[in-house]
Structure formats: structure tokens, C-alpha cells
Write a protein of this length. Structure first.
Length: 286
């Protein structure tokens, strides 16, 4: 291979999915691959592998010189194991995760590092009134309920009765049932009835993890329900990386991509897209 032609096969892990990416680079200035365009802001990236005596980690450097030589870490399976080993997962959450592992849909629940971040946001906010859309077996809702004060509560919206049975069993086991108000049905309907009930501007925190194509509608309803300074977190904003791939244009991907694009221009909220799990955007109502 020509010396100015560097070819790397880099293993990275997004959401536990191991994938191999072929990266071609010709010298420091000429990038052959890695350009993202059409439909969203264009970005180019260098991928490089940094090595020390006992480990290898991948790093990405934005090709735009105005970002300088800033290296952003790229998660490898080994690094993700390390991250997981640094999560303080309560025993009851571990039990729920382990019981769910063999069940259909187990990949849907948030990762322990995501759950820990959600719980911390709730604590930082001193949240009393929370909403979750998309409960499944209850992993993220239980993480939230565990850190809520005795006077706090979570409105937990889920359309699947079977999943709710598992969730309720764990709320009971954890002694937090009194803090969780389960709404069985469509999430948007539950939000509309909270608004009709005069609860606008009274919630501190909301987590959105239900039907992805409904995110814009959920967001509009939640903006009515959450107080100024309150936080709305949306899960799966990176959608397994598909949002950044112009070749992927299925309805779900396009809808998440459009939602992300809309948030960039939305002056009603402060935003931060965090590459944790499948990507979460944290929005704070202004
Ligand atoms: C990704 S899972 C939620 C995972 C959960 N947050 C956790 O971490 O364990 C999405 C859930 O949303 C529910 N769901 C999907 N569309 C819904 C809707 N329109 N209304 C209510 N629940 C919905 C599904 O039944 C599923 O259980």
C-alpha cells in the first residue's frame, strides 16, 4: 500500500452493535471518505486509532480545521464494558434487567449508563413531577422513581399491558409503587388528558421513549406540561447512526432526522445531544 494511503479497519460499538468501518485517508489534508451531506449540515471526519501500552481506543477528529485537532473518543466494546463497570446500578434495576434480558424487546430498554444519567438529571432538577412515555418493562421508569422524593411522582405511559405487568411487579418490589401513576394507553392521549386536567406548566422532567414517529407531537404536548427550566429528554436521537447516513430514508429515520433538525432551530428550548446509548437529546424549556 502506498505510504500516503492509510487504510484502517476500525471496530466500534454503537449500542452494543459491533460494526466494522473501513476508513480511507490520504495524508492529513485529503479525506477520501467520511463526508456526510444532503438534507443536513455537511461534516467530514478523520478517524484515527490512538494506542498506548495496553489498550487501543478510536478517536474521531472533525476535518473542519476550525475545530482544531480536538479528538473525540469513539466507543469500542472494551471501552463500553469499562463504562458499564463504572455505573452504580441499584440491585433492583440489575434484577429487572436480568429478568428482561431473555424477553422479546429487551434491546428496547435504556442502558444502565443512560438510566443513571436520567436519574441524575431528575436529582439535579430536584424534580417532583415527572412523565415517561414508553415504559416497556419499567427499567428507566424504575430508575427515575427510585430517586424521586417521597412526595414526588412519575406518570408512566405505556400501551402494552403485558409489559406493564412486569414494570408494576418491580415498582412493588422496589417499594416505589406509590410514586408511579401508570397510564395504560396511548402516550399522546395521556398527555392530552393531563393538559385538559389543568396540569400545564407543572412538570419538572419528562422522558420520551415511545413511538419515534410521534416525537414531534409528544414534544409539543410536553412543552405545555413542563415548567420553564424543566427538562425533556428524547431517546434514540441517533437511531443506530442511521440519521447521519443520507442513504437511509425510511419513515422512522427521516422523522427522527427531521425532529433533530427542528430542535436546532427551536428557540423554546436549550439543547444538548448526548452520544449515550442510542443518543439522547436533553432539552431545557426556556
Ligand atoms: C423503547 S421501549 C421503552 C423502554 C423503556 N423506556 C425502558 O428503558 O425500559 C418503547 C415502549 O413504548 C411503547 N409504545 C410505543 N408506542 C406507544 C404509544 N403510542 N403509546 C404508548 N406507548 C407506546 C412500546 O409498547 C414499548 O414498550
Amino acid at each position: 500500500m502506498h505510504s500516503s494511503f492509510l487504510k484502517l479497519v476500525e471496530h466500534s460499538c454503537i449500542l452494543g452493535y459491533e460494526r466494522a468501518a473501513l476508513v480511507l485517508r490520504r495524508g492529513p489534508e485529503q479525506k477520501l471518505w467520511g463526508s456526510i451531506g444532503s438534507g443536513f449540515r455537511s461534516r467530514k471526519f478523520h478517524h484515527r486509532t490512538t494506542t498506548n501500552c495496553c489498550s487501543t481506543a478510536s478517536a474521531i477528529v472533525p476535518a473542519d480545521d476550525k475545530y482544531g485537532n480536538k479528538q473525540v473518543i469513539s466507543i469500542t466494546p472494551r471501552l463500553y464494558d469499562y463504562i458499564l463497570s463504572n455505573v452504580r446500578e441499584p440491585v433492583i434495576l440489575r434484577q429487572l434487567r436480568e429478568e428482561t434480558a431473555s424477553m422479546c424487546g429487551s434491546q428496547m430498554q435504556v442502558s444502565p449508563d443512560q438510566a443513571q444519567l436520567l436519574a441524575m438529571l431528575v436529582q439535579i432538577l430536584g424534580a417532583q413531577r415527572c412523565i415517561e412515555l414508553g415504559v416497556y418493562n419499567g427499567y428507566s421508569s424504575l430508575a427515575i422513581a427510585l430517586v424521586l422524593p417521597e412526595t414526588g411522582f412519575l406518570v408512566a405511559c405505556e400501551r402494552d399491558a403485558k409489559s406493564l405487568e412486569v414494570a408494576k411487579k418491580y415498582y412493588q418490589k422496589a417499594g416505589v409503587s406509590h410514586k408511579v401513576n401508570v397510564k395504560h394507553g396511548l402516550a399522546a392521549d395521556a398527555l392530552k388528558s393531563l393538559i385538559l386536567n389543568g396540569e400545564s406548566c407543572s412538570y419538572d422532567f419528562a422522558f420520551v421513549d415511545a413511538e419515534k414517529r410521534m416525537n414531534q407531537e409528544y414534544f409539543e404536548l410536553l412543552l405545555q406540561l413542563v415548567r420553564v427550566g424543566g427538562v425533556i429528554v428524547i431517546d434514540n436521537v441517533l437511531w443506530h447512526g442511521k440519521v447521519a447516513d443520507p442513504m437511509v430514508n425510511d419513515a422512522k429515520t427521516v422523522s427522527i432526522r427531521n425532529f433533530n433538525e427542528g430542535l436546532m432551530e427551536d428557540k423554546r428550548v436549550n439543547i444538548s445531544m448526548v452520544p449515550i446509548g442510542d443518543g439522547m437529546t436533553i432539552c431545557q424549556k426556556r
